[in-house]
Design a protein around this ligand. Structure first.
Ligand code: 0RA
Length: 632
């Protein structure tokens, strides 16, 4: 062995590489195909950095049949000179010290993101082997590493007329779970890279099959916008383009309007797709909105009294790419996909407004096409807003304000909630006091108003009491009826056992059948069964609900002196009694209203409306029998 004693720096280096291998996800995101691709991107990004420095215009990536990957560029070549502090070749330092890359050639525009930018040393650590060849100073240099550790020194292996860097590596199967590169995924990223780096040619060769793709765009992001709009109808043939360098920041914009409605705006910072936007996007948007509004006002397309175009108006159908390159990009947000450099907003804003206002003045046909698109968008948005407001107002009228006389329950789950529709204010008062307010709501209806026996249903619908009922239920009515909005799953009609009570009950049943049939069909409607008598003897008392029951009980209690109290109306019961006999789920009987034959029921209801007394009475009794014992 050449070395039997490590220097402190070597120990640190080994610890660094070991950390990468222990937690590869921290460096390449994952160990699946995405992670595999990250290894490739990391190496390519370094070559793109060289292109951003203006020193490289060709990158060639090859996937070999043995799943090794080679990346070749025609840049200046990674320096091989001895690094003074490390006492080692810079080439070796870059490949073995984490984040060392940034320390070399600093001051340039670096492709960087949360996952990229860890340096080629991370790729090296995660590769079974890696070989790098540098052409520089008229020589070809080479070094080999295995799992990040050098296995050779930097050797001169030949002569070179040109310059550049060539890296070949085999991702370590002990780390990554697959070596199956996806040609299309890689292609996608390289295409984007080429768009964003005007004049750079990136070639991907796949020797596993026999595929090859080259990307080179003289127009840069202008070509990008054309590509994005390739299947769209554009409103002006040339994308509007500008590139400016301000305070060492490179700012590029390309935009083109289409006849569509989608907004396709992509923002990049140092070739990273900043999907969460940031200061460059904010600057672009505000410049676009302001410049177009200014132009429209100056040319009297928008009058003083007209509201201006909104951001949405000016971005409808817009395809745009904003790309900034900064010496020191700051990325924010969880995904590191948001640009934070505050100074960039103003820079982008002024570059974009200057280009756009010049264009609007100098190219009236393009200006006209854009302004007309904005006007159409603004009109459509105003119309949509109006329609929406109308719907909201209507629904507010129908359901937002609950009727004042409704004593609602505190429960908000309709499945657990009940609504008692009670005849008369005095019974309503007892019911309100006797109820369990947690799940029982009370809606008192004024009998006299409801007692419009011969009124048509239209008149019933204009009735304030019925309107309160509809609002309390929340469902809407007739063709607007929607059972999803039902606020109570048990609706219980509670009326007096007298003529008025039966009128009201009939009317309500008719109403529900005609306008809220699903409510009956789904078993939500019930009729309460208040007792007819209270019978007391000695110290005990009981309630009876039918004449037969009363007779049976009086016979049974026979010799005893019993007091029989007849309830003519609900109002005669005190709240406790009403709860105990009619409202307490433990002790009450409620009859579920069913409709077996809708047509037959409709005829019956029709007949009930203003017909003579006998058939009406018969209906109620028959109906009651049908539904008895369907209690829940
Ligand atoms: C640091 C300084 C110089 C070039 C590079 C790095 C460089 C790195 C990579 C990575 C892949 N390809 C690359 N090409 C160049 C410039 C050194 C000089 O001034 O000549």
């Amino acid at each position: 062995m050449a070395v039997d004693r490590y220097e402190a720096t070597d120990i640190e280096i080994l610890e660094g590489l070991e950390a990468v291998r222990r937690r590869p996800g921290m460096y390449i995101g994952s160990t699946d195909q995405r992670g595999l691709h990250h290894l490739v991107f990391e190496v390519v990004d370094n070559s793109v950095d060289e292109a951003l420095a203006g020193a490289c215009d060709k990158i060639e990536v090859t996937i070999h049949p043995d799943n090794t990957v080679t990346v070749v560029d025609n840049g200046r070549g990674i320096p091989v000179e001895t690094h003074p502090q490390m006492n080692k070749s810079a080439l070796e330092v870059v490949h073995t010290v984490l984040h060392a890359g940034a320390k070399f050639g600093g001051g340039g525009y670096k492709v960087a993101s949360g996952l990229h930018g860890v340096g080629v040393s991370a790729v090296n650590a995660l590769s079974e082997w890696l070989e790098v060849e540098v052409r520089r100073n008229g020589k070809v240099y080479q070094q080999r590493y295995e799992r990040g550790v050098p296995t050779t020194s930097v050797q001169v292996i030949g002569k070179a007329k040109d310059t550049g860097t060539k890296t070949t590596f085999l991702p370590d199967r002990e780390i990554v779970r697959t070596l199956n590169y996806n040609f299309n995924s890689l292609t996608q990223r390289f295409r984007e890279m080429a768009f964003l780096t005007r004049g750079l040619k990136i070639t991907l060769k796949d020797e596993r099959g026999d595929r090859e793709h080259s990307f080179y765009f003289e127009g840069g992001i202008q070509s990008f916008v054309r590509y994005l709009n390739r299947n769209r109808k554009v409103l002006h043939t040339e994308p509007i383009y500008t590139e400016r360098t301000v305070d060492s920041a490179i700012i590029e914009m390309a935009i083109q309007y289409t006849d569509g409605y989608a907004e396709s705006v992509y923002a990049f910072a140092n070739n990273i797709n900043t999907v969460d936007g940031g200061t460059h996007l904010t600057g672009f948007r505000s410049a676009l909105t302001r410049t177009i509004n200014d132009y429209a006002r100056r040319n009297n397309i928008l009058k003083d009294t007209d509201p201006g175009f909104t951001g949405e108006d000016v971005r409808e159908g817009l395809t745009a790419v904003i790309s900034v390159k900064l010496k020191d990009p700051q990325f924010e947000s969880q995904t590191k996909a948001k640009l934070g450099n505050a100074e960039v907003k103003g820079l982008v804003e002024s570059v974009v407004s200057e280009r756009l206002s010049t264009l609007l003045e100098e190219e009236p046909r393009t200006a006209k096409a854009i302004i007309e698109k904005c006007l159409t968008a603004a009109r459509a948005r105003a119309a949509a807003r109006k329609a929406r407001d109308l719907v909201i107002r209507r629904s507010a009228l129908e359901s937002a304000t609950l009727p004042g006389k409704l004593a609602d329950c505190s429960e908000r789950d309709p499945k657990k909630s009940e609504l008692y529709i009670v005849e008369g204010d005095s019974a309503g008062g007892s019911a309100k006091q006797g109820r369990d307010r947690r799940f029982q709501a009370i809606l008192p209806l004024r009998g006299k108003i409801l007692n419009v026996e011969k009124a048509g249903l239209n008149k019933i619908l204009s009735n304030k009491e019925i309107q309160a009922l509809v609002t309390a239920l929340g469902t809407g009515i007739s063709d607007q009826f929607d059972i999803k909005n039902l606020r109570y799953h048990r609706i219980i009609i509670m009326t007096d056992a007298d003529v008025d009570g039966s009128h009201i009950r009939t009317l309500l049943l008719t109403f529900f059948f005609r306008h809220m049939e699903p409510l009956i069909a789904n078993g939500h409607l019930y009729i309460a069964q208040p007792p007819l008598y209270r019978i007391e003897a000695k110290s005990k008392h009981t309630y009876v609900y039918t004449e037969e029951e009363r007779e049976g009980l009086l016979k049974k209690w026979g010799s005893q002196k019993a007091t029989v109290q007849r309830y003519k109306g609900l109002g005669e019961m005190n709240p406790d009694q009403l709860w105990e006999t009619t409202m307490d789920p433990e002790g009450r009987t409620i009859l579920q209203v069913t409709i077996e034959d809708a047509a037959k029921a409709d005829r019956t209801f029709n007949m009930l409306m203003g017909a003579e007394v006998p058939p009406r009475k018969r209906f109620i009794q028959t109906h009651a029998k049908q539904v008895r014992h369907l209690d829940v």
